[in-house]
Write a protein that binds this ligand. Structure first.
Ligand code: IPE
Ligand code: IPE
Ligand code: MG
Length: 240
């Protein structure tokens, strides 16, 4: 049973396996991404009901540009489609949408649609739904380092004043951006057991739950199971 008093504050999900799901069904990869979007909507809904404060989904990595132009543009088209069709429900549920990642490379129409969702939901106080889009953990750290270097050059801070918080604050998860902080739990679907460049700094003490289900098959019930696994872990943070 889920312990309602120990729901993690921030859960991140590496939504993997859309392509394999499509291949197994003999349908185009984009049909897999479409099914993946539907699964994601269900998980957002459940995360909200469970009282999770921040849900981060890894939707597109800085490495995913290596895929065919057709697949990449298809993924962004699906994003536009579902942001539009879901926005009313998102508003009704008081969910706030944020983006983690570098927006500059995102196709204009997708960016406009996502920015509208970010603006429309800016005052919502319920679940914060972070979409990691053109996100890379190394790029996240690189940007933070670059901004700190700039402040050192301007004489605003000195090198010996740089603490771990100085870095954390400047990441996409930091208080200068989305404020969602480090995830207590990172879930990855599809049987792969790697981070693929997500939240590299932030995962220092995250718990990992890997499940074999391909992302479109990941149901809210399986999501709750993963949280239950997390609740049964013994987190020690290096202490005894
Ligand atoms: C995850 O599914 C979605 C994205 C990375 C955009 P994949 O497309 O990686 O699916 P597999 O890993 O090929 O099965
Ligand atoms: C990770 O999945 C990225 C997202 C889920 C957005 P990938 O399918 O891109 O990762 P690799 O290539 O298997 O490491
Ligand atoms: Mg994959």
């Amino acid at each position: 049973m889920l312990d309602a008093d120990r729901i993690p504050r921030h859960v991140a999900i590496i939504m993997d396996g859309n392509g394999r799901w499509a291949a197994a069904k003999g349908v185009p990869r984009l049909a897999g991404h479409n099914a993946g979007m539907k699964a994601m909507i269900e998980i957002v809904d459940r995360a909200d009901k469970l009282g999770i404060k921040h849900l981060t989904v890894y939707a597109f990595s800085t490495e995913n540009w290596k895929r065919s132009a057709e697949e990449v543009s298809g993924i962004f088209k699906l994003l536009i489609k579902y942001v539009q069709s879901e926005l009313k429900k998102i508003m009704d549920n008081n969910v706030r949408i944020r983006i983690l990642g570098d927006p500059s490379a995102i196709p204009q129409d997708a960016l406009r649609s996502v920015e509208k969702a970010i603006n429309d939901t800016a005052d919502n106080t319920g679940l914060q739904f972070n979409i990691a889009l053109n996100y890379g953990g190394r790029d996240d750290i690189r940007r933070a380092v670059s901004s700190i270097a700039e402040e050192v050059r301007e004489g605003k801070i000195s090198p010996e004043d740089i603490t771990e918080d100085t870095i954390s604050d400047r990441l996409y998860t930091g208080k200068e951006f989305t404020g969602c902080g480090d995830p207590e739990l990172i879930i990855r679907t599809s049987g792969e057991e790697r981070l693929s460049n997500v939240l590299l700094w932030q995962c220092a003490y995250s718990e990992f739950v890997f499940v074999d289900d391909l992302w479109p098959d990941f149901t809210p019930e399986k999501f709750e199971k993963a949280i239950e696994v997390y609740q049964n872990r013994n987190r020690r943070y290096g202490g005894r």
